[in-house]
Design a binder for this molecule. Sequence first.
Ligand code: RP5
Length: 151
Amino acid sequence: MGSRSDWETMRHASEMLEGLDVPHECQVVSAHRTPRRMVDYAEGAAGRGLKVIIAGAGGAAHLPGMTASLTTLPVLGVPVESHALKGQDSLLSIVQMPAGIPVGTLAIGRAGAVNAALLAASILALSDPALADRLGAYRRAQTEGVPRSPA
Ligand code: RP5
């Protein structure tokens, strides 16, 4: 994520990954304030064994796109809700990538963070049958947890 201030949103991705028993790491890497850290992180990710990167940022949210430009790992972008523009700026900064450098862009805020984790898990589950089973169990529990009555 681009800042510690993004953690309140991005912790939801981490919590979902923990719930699915998916090993992961959480780091602050800013495209603007720590550009060299960003380059080192993105360029070193595949070599360190990472399989998917979830990049959350707000405002002029260049982190997901710049990270994607430096690695061929799948990059999932989470637009963090900004104060001034409610995350519309974050969303448009992340989603409007030029052809050739893809970022899988999720929804603004908590929903995007949760779904980024689920999408990352789905990607990993393609080659991890046990994780695929855990994802299936999560979906079944979610379905069973929806009440028919409104109150
Ligand atoms: C972005 O600027 C971060 O991703 C964060 O969403 C936003 C504001 O950062 P802070 O000023 O709160 O550190 O780079």
